[in-house]
Design a protein around this ligand. Structure first.
Ligand code: ADP
Ligand code: ASP
Ligand code: MG
Length: 403
């Protein structure tokens, strides 16, 4: 007998038909003699709809109240799935995040799981119950409901699998696995049979929403294999694990991130300590800075450009406005109509020319590069938002269609 954690995303439980389908998958697993813990997200677009409702009433609502609202989405889906399983005649219980023992930091809307206290889960498993847990939520030390950031149910599932020492953690979604690019945007994207934690972590962080990046980080930490697969076909999906058997591909995928803004501080004095002062202000505001580009000094001044997540743009501009007069910078300009396109692959550690191949694809498509950043296993470029989908397709074809 094994303990299996299965996670179902919003589209997998979007309506009654889908909920019944998931009930079938869960009870088939249970019938085979396994213990089953299920984590579910809110149905379909529920979380987006709730955010819209909040904005209608108060766009500046406190994060605590936003969490109180957003957590409601998962309460609906867990109870509906439990009802569908009850109807099939199996013992089942639904639990909210706090009931399942999820303790988090108090960083509302972006909380991190600190620990999962599994006493209740163990009791329910002893009773042979199928357990349905609300993903995406937990409880802070102040006994307030928290949420884990968009897409966070994946992380709930991985945390539960780690805490209960599950034998298998399956992430069911609306595509058949992890692909070389978003299969909804790139026609000939290929399904990967396996991918390493490091590559998956980069892809998830760089915009491939198929897995929440913290879920991959956690899976790597606990050396827990994940299987990403479709709740509609249940065909063998993609295994995310430490070392992959497949011959190292040059790159494993192309990702797009449009949740990004570029900021340029123009005409700052070309003296030591300027970057330190500027970026320590960002750090104090809790702003994570991504690609950084500094021009060569000319006539005693230089420009510093960098990117931040769109939801940090206001905080960033506010900090810069306070800071600008002190360093005698000329002006600050920003642009939200940008996208970051990245290629990820362990193969680039040992192969030269990967970046130039990416740049060639962009040149062929006549797409201008604004900024570039690289690490051992990724290359990212910042381009105009209007060119984003075309860029992904051009780069994908260059690496995967040409022999
Ligand atoms: P869920 O609701 O199941 O959590 P998500 O919408 O969060 O599902 O993630 C699945 C989606 O991720 C897919 O529908 C697909 O459009 C998108 N996606 C982006 N990049 C990739 C990729 N490289 N491989 C697979 N899916 C991807
Ligand atoms: N329902 C949450 C969201 O839409 C969590 C998740 O889907 O993982 O972000
Ligand atoms: Mg998701």
């Amino acid at each position: 007998m094994s303990l299996i954690v299965q996670k179902f995303g919003g589209s997998s439980v979007a309506d009654a038909e889908h909920v019944n389908n998931v009930a079938g998958i869960v009870t088939d697993t249970y019938k085979k003699g396994n213990n089953v813990i299920v984590v579910v997200s809110a149905q379909g677009d529920t979380t987006d709809d709730l955010i819209e409702k909040a904005n209608e009433i108060n766009p500046n609502a406190s994060k605590r109240e936003k969490d109180m609202l957003l957590a409601a989405g998962e309460q609906i889906s867990i109870s509906l799935l439990a009802m569908a399983i009850e109807k099939l005649g199996y013992p089942v219980i639904s639990l909210l995040g706090w009931q399942a023992g999820f303790q988090t930091t108090s960083a509302h809307t972006d909380a991190r799981i600190k620990r999962v206290i599994t006493d209740r889960i163990k009791k329910e498993l002893d009773k042979k119950n199928i357990i349905i847990v609300a993903g995406f939520q937990g409880l802070s030390r102040y006994d307030d409901i928290t949420t884990l950031g968009r897409g966070g149910s994946d992380t709930s599932a991985v945390a539960l699998a780690a805490a209960t020492h599950a034998d298998l953690c399956q992430i069911y979604t609306d595509v058949e696995g992890v692909y070389t690019a978003d299969p909804r945007k790139v026609n000939n994207a290929k399904k990967l049979s396996e991918i390493s934690y490091d590559e998956m972590l980069e892809l998830a962080t760089l915009g491939a929403q198929v897995l929440h990046n913290r879920s991959v980080e956690m899976a790597k930490k606990y050396n827990l294999e994940l299987e990403v697969l479709s709740s509609l076909t249940c065909a063998p999906g993609t295994i995310v694990k430490e070392v992959t058997n497949v011959e190292k591909m040059l790159i494993s995928g192309v990702a797009k991130d449009t949740d990004i803004a570029r900021i340029s501080v123009v005409g700052v004095p070309d003296i030591p300590g300027l970057a330190f002062k500027l970026f320590s202000k960002m750090a104090a505001k809790g702003v994570n800075v991504d690609i950084i580009l500094q021009s060569i000094g000319r006539d005693g001044t230089k420009d510093i450009s960098f990117t931040v997540a769109k939801n940090k743009l206001d905080d960033t501009l506010e900090a810069l406005n306070q800071f600008m007069p002190a360093v005698k910078a000329q002006k600050v300009v920003h642009d939200e109509r940008v996208a970051k396109i990245s290629i990820v692959g362990a193969g680039m550690e040992t192969h030269a020319g990967v970046a130039s191949k990416m740049f060639e694809a962009l040149f062929d498509a006549q797409i201008n590069i604004q900024m570039i950043s690289t690490s051992e296993i990724k290359v990212s470029v910042l381009i105009d938002l209007a060119d984003a989908d075309r860029a992904v397709s051009a780069i994908h074809s260059k690496f995967f269609d040409e022999v």
